[in-house]
Design a protein around this ligand. Structure first.
Ligand code: GLC
Length: 482
């Protein structure tokens, strides 16, 4: 071991013992130093005062991207070319990591990679992508695409099944199959997603409510108790439950969880049967309606992921429904870091009730209109490599799509829920009906979230909205041959 490394380890131990760095910092720095998991664990156990230090460190104190190891075998003969990649939205808490990841790529390959920020809403983002594809624009070379879009964007994609066959073989088969349309591999999985329930463990303890709540009724009761208590204690801005209820793709994800968890079907089943207009789905929609302006802010019908996360990280909500990235984002927030629990969403009470998490996630696609396809492929190879996925999981709690990365001890150490909820993340989540509705998925989803949003604003009853959904979806599915 080099002297430099020895000094760094000693410094790490000293800093932790003093309480000036958090457990997450020990993990990150230990990982960069190449320490094994047992060594890191023993440093963590040694830190008596350190362990009491706040676990979540504001992101600014941690060097973003410091855990990225550049994979071997990237081409260096493309130096001087440029690639523009449409990645996260400008306000993403993952921004500093993305910047760092691209800088490391550029340094290793000589390819100048630029992050083009995408639209925040997946629905708006698809509209912009479609405009660029229709114009055959070569402005952007690489696009981050949603797990529900392969059927929609396939004709604009470079087939990656040849150039990235070895990499594709390492990723979960189900996602690679989802991304393959008529034999064309449209995108390589970057990270997967599943809807989760976050809660304030400190407040669960303070008010002696059971977490995670087993059913939606239990969630309502716990949320009410804590909200009443916190408001009485002087915080009028405190809410019981926040989620995504704006009229956009995120509401389709929430609504699917509500209805599946209540035994109400999954919008369109894989045989083409529309399942929204049934008593259990309607009951789930009507239940959610009662939250608005009560346990949830009146304005929740305009909330996307960021708005709901902001209420939670400001310390103003008991429960949050969000994706795995919200774990790392919560740890960045001094108000709640170290006070957060995470688990599965509740189940309903209808026949066939179960826990349900919507399957999400993003892939990297190379545009057919790109003039720098080889450089774009190289960027995809890098971003979707096990090395870079490991860093994204450790630093930003994004779920890997490669089994070996899932099981890495560093992942468990930084985000213990990832291995704990592995069954949900590896095949247990509920897919939106994007395979069965293929290029018409966005039309189906738009009908669904528009109608459901109207239930939540009080403009329509659950029953009327469900009937309207079915009526509008029927001709679309018929056109598709169902
Ligand atoms: C997350 C999911 C994505 C989903 C979107 C909805 O980004 O990964 O699949 O469509 O949220 O807002």
């Amino acid at each position: 071991m080099s002297e430099h490394k020895n000094t760094s380890i000693v410094q790490l131990m000293v800093d932790f013992e003093k309480g000036s760095i958090s457990r997450r910092d020990v993990l990150r720095r230990g990982f960069v130093l190449g320490l094994s998991a047992p060594v890191i664990a023993s440093i963590l156990m040694m830190g008596t005062r350190g362990a009491a230090a706040q676990d979540g460190t504001p992101a600014a104190e941690v060097e973003a991207g410091s855990t990225i190891v550049v994979p071997e075998g990237l081409r260096t003969d493309l130096g001087g070319t440029k690639v523009s990649a449409v990645l996260a939205e400008a306000s993403s808490p993952d921004g500093p990591w993305i910047e760092a990841a691209l800088a490391k790529f550029s340094e290793a390959t000589g390819i100048e990679a630029t992050w083009v920020t995408g639209e925040t809403s997946a629905t708006d983002r698809l509209a912009i992508y479609n405009q660029q594809f229709a114009a055959q624009s070569d402005d952007n070379d690489v696009y981050q695409i949603d797990v529900i879009w392969p059927g929609i964007v396939a004709e604009h994609a470079v087939d990656l099944s040849g150039p990235l066959a070895d990499l594709a073989a390492q990723h979960f088969e189900a996602i690679v199959a989802n991304n393959t349309v008529n034999g064309v591999l449209v995108g390589i999985p970057w990270f997967t997603d599943a809807g989760l329930l976050y809660w304030r463990q400190d407040l669960a303890d303070k008010y002696a409510v059971t977490v995670p709540p087993a059913t939606w009724a239990d969630l309502e009761a716990a949320a009410q108790t804590v909200m009443d208590g916190e408001r009485a204690a002087g915080n009028p801005d405190f809410y019981g439950f926040v989620y995504q209820a704006n009229a956009y793709e995120g509401l389709t994800c929430n609504g699917l969880e509500w209805q599946v968890s209540n035994g109400g079907g999954s919008i369109v089943e894989s045989d083409g049967k529309i399942s929204v207009n049934n008593a259990q789905a309607i009951a789930a929609f009507d239940r959610a309606r009662t939250w608005v302006g009560g346990l949830s802010p009146q304005g929740i019908t305009t909330y996307q992921e960021a708005e709901s996360l902001n209420v939670f990280t400001a310390g103003n909500a008991m429960f949050l429904r969000n994706w795995p990235y919200a774990w790392a984002a919560s740890q960045d927030s001094p108000a709640i870091a170290d006070k957060v629990g995470v688990g599965v969403l509740p189940m309903g009470d209808g026949e066939g009730a179960r826990n349900a998490a919507t399957l999400g996630g993003w892939q990297m696609m190379v545009s057919k209109y790109s003039k720098n396809q080889d450089a774009g492929i190289e960027l995809v190879k890098y971003m979707c490599s096990p090395e870079v996925q490991l860093s994204y999981a450790v630093e930003r709690s994004h779920l890997p799509t490669i089994a070996s990365v899932y099981d890495a001890p560093e992942v468990a150490a930084s985000s213990e829920f990832i291995p704990r909820l592995k069954e949900v993340f590896q095949g247990g989540a509920v897919a939106r009906p994007s395979s069965v509705s293929a290029e018409e998925y966005n039309a189906i989803s738009t009908i669904y979230f528009t109608e459901l949003n109207q239930v939540l604003t009080g403009a329509k009853s659950g029953a009327d909205a469900a009937a309207a959904m079915e009526e509008q979806m029927t001709p679309i599915m018929q056109d598709l041959g169902f």
